[in-house]
Design a protein around this ligand. Structure first.
Ligand code: NIG
Ligand code: FE
Length: 391
């Protein structure tokens, strides 16, 4: 394999060390990638002289940062719900009910169609600097359909989450217990080989705390690690449940009591905030400032899905977090990179240090500030994934 030396970097965000600078910023920096991994990081003037196998890239004073780690998406589905979005913008509230429409469209979709759309979404998010993505099932809700979604997701990422407990599908409307038996039994068996995580939508209109506990326990017994959708539509038991079982992440956290914040602060559980949802459903944004000031680890993710947040843009999440959620630029960029890695229990991504994967983003801007300062502008100039130029 060849090597790449990116030099003349005006501002390098490493996320390593940095007393008072969680972003571990290095000015006038260089990065050497070899065999897919970071081999050297430091000031450009100290960079090792490039060998004959080394491609040299002149960043021309622009900013480089780790590839974004999007720790929460639902990217395998059929159809869309543009009509629902339009109605919502005209005043109709968001409920979880629309999920069943996507379930019907996904069941009806052919495998090649789903694979092709997924590939399109992967291209789309890569162009915006995302190099690690978690993908959930949850729009199949039969053992066959959920397995199909888990298998397709596993073709493009190691971070597959089994979300059979997304909502109760219509054919089980009068038999919740029967559906939970299916999720915790045959469906889990079929999906576990393709999955690393198990998730449950613990919310009014979806699953109760007792049901969520049962699903997560079944997944853990099958070797999957738990994560939870909670506190999205109102205060509820999601956070306490996630912290209680030692989940890596509880996602949404839009409506939190003081007790929820204290529980998170005293735990290793990451609060993964999904501002695309609040943007697209016109809900109040989660109070990231309150969480960070209490000592909670915060991640930002897109929640890309056809209902509540049909965007895969991590730069947009950063812009929203800074504009609407009280995060500093440095906190938001850290949360979209290192924070996402924490939420996925990954130590090989989300930072730039020797031995980590060479997943890098070059901005067409002198500083990461421009991610929030220039919302909606395609400022990602280049992306390297495992040391290879991907964009
Ligand atoms: O994260 N909360 C549950 N699932 C998705 C919504 C999915 C949908 O509306 O289709 C979410 O917001
Ligand atoms: Fe979600």
């Amino acid at each position: 394999m060849s090597a790449t030396l990116i030099t003349n970097i005006g501002e390098l965000t490493t996320n390593v060390g940095g007393e008072g600078d969680a972003c571990g910023t290095i000015r006038d920096a260089a990065v050497l990638a070899r065999n897919g991994l970071i081999a050297w990081v430091g000031c450009a003037r100290d960079a090792p002289s490039p060998g004959s196998d080394t491609k040299v890239v002149d960043a021309a004073g622009r900013a480089v940062l780790p590839g974004f780690v999007d720790a929460h998406t639902h990217l395998v589905f059929g159809g869309d719900r543009a009509d629902e979005f339009e109605a919502r913008m005209a005043g109709r509230p968001y409920t979880a009910g629309g999920i069943r429409r996507t379930v019907a469209a996904t069941r009806a979709a052919g495998e090649e169609e789903l694979r092709g759309r997924l590939a399109g979404f992967i291209r789309e998010l890569r162009r915006q600097g995302t190099t690690t993505v978690e993908i959930k099932t949850g729009y199949g809700l039969t053992a066959d359909d959920e397995e199909r979604l888990a298998r397709l997701a596993a073709e493009v990422t190691d971070e597959v989450t089994f979300l059979g407990a997304h909502v109760i599908p219509p054919e089980y409307a009068d038999d919740r217990r029967g559906y939970l038996d299916l999720v915790c039994g045959p469906m889990l068996e079929r999906c576990a080989p393709f999955s690393r995580w198990i998730d449950v939508f613990c919310e009014d209109g979806a699953f109760t705390e007792a049901e969520a506990r049962r699903v997560l326990a079944a997944g853990v017994a099958r070797g999957l690690a738990p994560r939870v959708h909670g506190n999205q539509l109102g205060e509820g038991p999601g956070v306490a449940l996630a912290v209680g079982i030692g989940a890596e992440s509880v996602d949404h956290c839009t409506f939190l009591s003081d007790a929820d914040v204290a529980l998170l602060a005293g735990s290793q559980t990451v609060a993964t905030l999904l501002p695309g949802v609040e943007f697209s459903t016109r809900q109040p944004y989660p109070d990231a400032r309150r969480l960070i000031d209490a000592g909670v680890t915060v991640a930002l993710a897109s929640d890309c899905n056809p209902g509540s947040s049909f965007t895969s843009s991590m730069p947009l999440m950063i812009a929203l977090a800074v504009r609407e959620m009280g995060m500093t630029v440095a906190e938001a960029v850290w949360a979209a990179t290192a924070g996402g890695a924490r939420a996925l229990r990954r130590t090989d991504v989300g930072g730039i240090a020797p031995g980590m994967r060479a997943d890098l983003v070059l901005l067409d801007a002198p500083s990461r500030i421009h991610l929030a300062y220039r919302p909606g502008v395609p400022i990602v100039a280049a992306v390297w994934e495992d040391g290879e130029r991907a964009v």
